[in-house]
Design a protein around this ligand. Sequence first.
Ligand code: XIL
Length: 382
Amino acid sequence: MVRKTLFCIIALMLMFGASFTVAQDSELSLRALAERDNFYVGAAVYTTHLNDPIHVETLAREFNMLTPEQQAKHCELEARQGQFDFRGFDRLVAFAEEHNMAIHGHALVWHSCTPQWVENGDYTRDEAIGLLRDSIMTIVGRYKGRIPIWDVVNEGITDSGAALRDTPWRRLIGDDYIELAFQFAHEADPDALLFYNDYGTEGINPKSDAVYELVSDFVARGIPIHGVGLQSHFTIGGFDANQIARNVERLGELGLQVQFTEVDIRHSGEATDNILQRQAGDYYRLMDVCLANDACTAFITWGVTDKYTWLRGANLGFYNNPSVQPLLFDDNYQPKPAYFAALDSLARKVGETPVLSDDELTAMIGGTAQTVEIPPQIGRAH
Ligand code: XIL
């Protein structure tokens, strides 16, 4: 019955290309299904989104993990050395706790959000190590026992995979700034799971090989690392699910967790019905890859509603598309075909009645060959 109703809704949406109120079965949500499988479905959130009641309702109903989209980054928390402003982050943590959601902390070290005083600082290596430790101890220490996962270093490898990225902390400290950051985070909260997070590293390619080497070396030398985040900012048709599965597998074999940390699936031009269908197929494939391997513990979308996607930001140059609809919920918080695809993948995993029939699913995921894409700019466009 539920399945039939949902199919009718999708069919109507496709026929009329319209969004309208969907009477949703309150039992059936991404979150409810995920919780039956010890799995996390997450979304990136700004504090300002919490002022929007529909956003709050959708977030709490559908997701059991929250990533601060901006408010937990170092440049936001410590714009002036030693003067921390935790107001925004505290609000997100309080919201998550009130709604029984886990927090995925993001990100302690990221070249695009390193405070000016570090960028312009003239410190010796030892001084810089002390400053990095102070910042991480203060931030991670404040939420000790309350934030189970931290992205410790974000985007530390060049796009070719040939070297570590030239970043402010690396200039001051040297290549070992990455392992030092992991050690300090572990010291601040020994129970937190510590992740290395990056983009263009989802499939098998020179950059994901470089991540694999970095984290293998950490594991071998006992540097505290527990997981790898695959950002997953894709274009429709822009990934090879089999390759991602192989990458998840090799990371899992190291004893590491994997999370898809910043999923969105963009397109150029207007979001036609055909685009939304193909996007749904991609969401299904991606969710399926994650659910197929126990090492993959979370599927996090980079926002809840298309209305607030960072991809509509004017600062993204080539990627800027004011009409882009890359997420699971449309501008009016109505679930899109992509939502039902993700829901169906989860339903099948937990043995719940599928949301889509096998025929509908086959039509949605099609049989088209996929190609690998490494987004050349995403993540460093600002
Ligand atoms: C982005 C946010 O979405 C934007 O709102 C902000 O202006 C810049 O950062 N990779 C990452 C995220 O790891 O932190 C980025 O988030 C998107 C790319």
